[in-house]
Design a protein around this ligand. Structure first.
Ligand code: SAM
Ligand code: SF4
Ligand code: SF4
Length: 329
């Protein structure tokens, strides 16, 4: 046991997605015939709200909605409003931004606090190839700008960097988002799931990314905002704002990991790389009282000894794991 507090809950609200990012839901596997979860297997909004409310008793104060693509879940703004009403929770979301221009105002009105948008390159050809459904950069940028306008900013932009695929567009991205009030964060390509064909050679170490940018636009490190902040933050020395890197492969942060993940069908995972989740859906659909659910959550969290990324870095073991689109990243 490592005695890490439980602070954040990441909840996947759907396992479906309108993109087929090659590193997450490769087309060859997530085909037209792929069997996604049926509606009755998904946690209902009421079930999610109850879980969040009860986890608040254990110290959770941040909730991130993710997926799959969360904006594909119908009436998501109703869930956001109910979570905001359930207690003192900061509610955020990670989205691919495809539907954001249309939904930004409703999300803000429902009480969403902030948003992260995934965008891997500003080079349209590179981006279309990475999302693999030919989706244009311009539409995502439109969503980011609207989110900013309605007050969901500062918008965090997440870019997964894969060697030989989009690493040549990193500096251009940093330059584009500098001075805009948005915060770009570059993420090391991780070995989640079995379907993305991960190899260590594909990872561009965060230190290399920082060096590339620093050579053109000088940077200085910024202290973390709070314990467990996964991004290492940097400030542009000329006052152009901030950027960050998430070095989950080369500089793992398991010791500070304060987050639990809930898959779309209600399984609780204490680590992004866990192989088995705990079936909270069955518990929620049983006669269990609120206190029994709180006790179960507390017990699972207290017993947790996950530190996958640290083990992987030191021993390069091949442990079994679940898919990112299912567990939510
Ligand atoms: N569909 C939404 C999106 O793309 O923002 C939310 C779910 S997605 C699984 C959450 C985040 O995980 C995205 O920023 C995505 O780029 C990241 N991600 C997916 N597969 C990854 C991998 N193999 N390594 C690093 N990040 C990954
Ligand atoms: Fe969909 Fe997000 Fe995975 Fe891309 S990273 S396939 S947008 S869930
Ligand atoms: Fe947390 Fe697991 Fe990631 Fe380590 S590998 S930081 S324990 S989710």
């Amino acid at each position: 046991m490592l005695n890490r507090p439980l602070r954040d809950l990441r909840i996947s609200v759907t396992d479906r997605c309108n993109f087929r990012c090659t590193y997450c839901m490769p087309k060859e596997i997530f085909t037209r015939d792929y069997e996604f979860l049926s509606r009755d297997l998904l946690l209902s909004f009421e079930e999610i709200e109850r879980l969040v409310r009860l986890s608040g008793e254990l110290g959770v104060h941040k909730v991130r909605l993710t997926g799959g693509e969360p904006l594909l879940r119908r009436d998501l703004e109703h869930l956001i409003a109910s979570l905001k009403a359930a207690g003192d929770f900061e509610v955020t979301m990670t989205t691919n931004g495809a539907l954001l221009a249309r939904k930004a105002q409703a999300l803000k009105d429902a009480g969403l606090d902030r948003i992260s948008v995934s965008l891997d390159s500003l080079d349209d050809t590179v981006f279309r190839a990475m999302n693999d459904v030919d989706f244009p950069v311009a539409k995502v940028l439109e969503g980011i700008n609207l989110a900013h306008e309605v007050g969901l900013g500062p918008v965090k932009i997440n870019a997964v960097v894969k060697r030989g695929v989009n690493d040549h567009t990193v500096v251009e991205m940093a330059r584009y988002f500098k001075d805009t009030g948005h915060i770009i964060r570059f993420i090391e390509f991780m070995d989640v799931g079995h379907t993305n064909g991960w190899r260590l050679d594909d990872v561009v170490p965060a230190a290399e990314i920082v060096a590339m940018i620093d050579a053109r636009m000088p940077l200085e490190p910024v202290k973390p905002n709070y314990l467990g902040e996964v991004a290492r933050r940097y400030r542009f020395k000329d006052g152009g704002g901030e950027m960050g890197v998430i070095a989950s492969v080369t500089q793992p942060f398991c010791g500070d990991c304060t987050r639990a993940r809930i898959s779309a069908d209600g399984a609780l995972y204490t680590c992004l790389f866990a192989t088995k989740g705990f079936d909270l859906r069955a518990l929620l659909r049983s006669t269990a009282t609120d206190q029994e659910i709180i006790d179960t959550l507390a017990g699972i969290w207290a017993a947790r000894d996950d530190r996958y990324s640290e083990i992987r870095s030191s021993e390069t073991v091949d442990l079994p794991k679940v898919e990112m689109s299912y567990i939510g990243g």
